[in-house]
Design a binder for this molecule. Structure first.
Ligand SMILES: Nc1nc2c(ncn2[C@@H]2O[C@H](COP(=O)(O)OP(=O)(O)OP(=O)(O)O)[C@@H](O)[C@H]2O)c(=O)[nH]1
Ligand SMILES: [Mg+2]
Length: 486
């Protein structure tokens, strides 16, 4: 019998996930065109390894949010209720998962094996036991140790998930391209490793785990650990290959000289919707889900002066995103360093909008982007249609509704101004004699946007995007009698 591939498993679990689309005409300028090459066999082999699967019918979940009131782990600037709301949203993102009940419980010892003191843990156990329909408990902490998970599972008779495993499941459901799938496979390695440790502890109680496998000189545990290490190296190797391919695409894009604008922001703030509105790319699928977008995709759009720009859609951020996931996904954000401008989209209707902004700025700082790029950030306040009587407060930001289309022209103008600023280009209109060499010179040295032939005299108004040095040369060479800038 053949093992189900991860793809089969994904199709089974993620009932509402649309099938991966092909990048056809009008589609995204994708970094992963889905073309088959010699590496495909290798990728498929890696992704076919059997991974822990989710039950097809989903889970009925009880959410526990440990509220830390004192000490270093106390959450500032937010409340238990808001963090609980995010935990609920995370669970609801998973197809067929349902929140049955939830509780915010305070703890003074979040580092305890059982997260809570004896009394509160007892209360929690009684509560869970009183709800027999529950199949899983989501403990809203970044990462539970293998031992904690094991003891909680035994106490409650249900599966136990932490933020890491929940986010990992969501990522698995939403991954479309090879690169995203490989990144998830990589993020799963620590998970498999801790599962192995658990298994080993269990085997060892029966005296099995440390026995040598006949003739191999390796114990069962050593063999498993070696296989996992080999798997990790293979995944890293495959990702490196894809990265090199991406670098190639990047240089090709550079040669075409389209300015690149990275659209970034907290998950579900409306990045994909905004790009769809700015480009009219109908292939884009915004969804009311956390982490709907896992792949970096590029989409061409046109600004007011007919300048073509490339918008890059990126993975959304989440506060306290588990470390391993950050590490495996930061590669997808590498390209941001090569963009000309960053647009930071904020869901201004969200109760946590201020915290979300701080979180995004924090991640941006940690990505070690060039200072010039960090200074270029354009802040967009999205979803203004959801805020009653919205009135813009900050003149440096642009207020839009990506869904209704409000404010998009203003945003495009701001992007254009910023692009011209950082690239040192300007838009100029020259009146040239069509019989002379100017027009072909401009075609060679600048980007011609429009040629407007005047009715008489064989003249034309030519609008170009031109670098300051080319502009200087043009004036010197041809000394146009009339030229004006926009
Ligand atoms: N009312 C309203 N809803 C919006 C607006 N912009 C986006 N949305 C909704 O917000 C949800 C998330 O939108 P997406 O564009 O998928 O958000 P995203 O930032 O790409 O999310 P991730 O890819 O998951 O990080 C969708 O249900 C959109 O319809 C807006 O201006 N107004
Ligand atoms: Mg998106």
């Amino acid at each position: 019998a053949t093992l189900p591939s991860q793809d089969d498993a994904l199709r089974g679990e993620c009932v509402d996930a649309p099938l991966a689309r092909s990048a056809g005409e009008g589609g995204p300028v994708s970094d992963d065109e889905g073309e088959r090459d010699a590496d495909d066999a290798e990728f498929e082999e890696l992704l076919q390894e059997q991974l822990p699967t989710l039950p097809e019918g989903g889970h009925r979940v009880f959410i526990v949010h440990p509220d830390v009131k004192w000490g270093a782990k106390k959450q500032r600037l937010t409340t238990g209720e808001l963090q609980m709301a995010e935990a609920v949203a995370l669970v609801n993102t998973l197809p067929n998962w349902r929140v049955v009940d939830k509780i915010i419980l305070s703890t003074k010892q979040p580092d305890n094996k059982l997260i809570f003191g004896k009394g509160n843990f007892q209360t929690l156990t009684e509560k869970i036991k009183g709800l027999p329909q529950i199949t899983a408990v989501f403990m809203n902490v970044e990462r539970l140790s293998a031992l904690s998970e094991k003891e909680m599972k035994a106490a409650w008779g249900a599966e136990v998930f932490d933020r890491y495993t929940i986010v990992l499941h969501i990522f698995r459901c939403n991954a479309r391209t090879k690169e995203a799938k490989l990144q998830i496979a990589l993020a799963e390695v620590p998970f498999l490793r801790s599962r192995l440790r658990n298994e080993f502890a269990h085997l060892d109680q029966q005296g099995g785990g440390s026995r040598y496998i006949m003739g191999s000189g390796e114990t069962y545990m050593e063999v498993q650990q070696r296989l996992l290490k080999e798997r990790e190296l293979k995944i890293r190797g495959a990702l490196e290959k894809l990265r090199r391919k991406r670098q190639l695409l990047r240089t090709q894009r550079k040669r075409r000289e389209f300015p690149v604008i990275s659209i970034m922001g907290y998950t579900n703030c409306g990045k994909t919707t905004l790009i769809k509105a700015l480009t009219g790319d109908s292939g884009l699928e915004p969804r009311n889900q956390l982490f709907a977008t896992l792949d970096v995709t590029a989409h061409a759009g046109v600004l007011a002066s007919r300048m073509t720009v490339i918008y890059v859609d990126t993975i959304g951020f989440l506060s306290q995103l588990p470390h391993n996931l950050v590490e495996s996904f930061s590669a997808t954000l590498e390209d941001v360093a090569y963009s000309d401008i960053i647009v930071h989209v904020r869901d201004i209707s969200h109760p946590e909008t201020t915290n979300q902004k701080l979180n995004v700025l924090n991640v941006l700082r940690n990505l070690q982007l060039p200072n010039q790029l960090l200074d270029s950030v354009i802040e967009v306040h999205n979803k203004i249609d959801l805020v009653d009587g919205f009135s813009p407060t900050d003149p440096d930001t642009v207020a839009v509704s990506a869904l209704r289309g409000d404010g998009l022209e203003e945003l495009k103008n701001k992007i254009e101004e910023a692009v011209l600023g950082v690239t040192g280009n300007s838009i100029q209109t020259f009146t040239v004699n069509l019989a002379g060499p100017q027009l072909s010179w401009l075609y060679k040295e600048a980007t011609v946007q429009e040629v407007d032939v005047l009715p008489d005299d064989g003249l034309a108004n030519v609008r170009v995007i031109i670098s300051s040095s080319a502009y200087g040369k043009f004036r010197k060479l041809f000394q146009p009698d009339r030229c004006y800038s926009l």
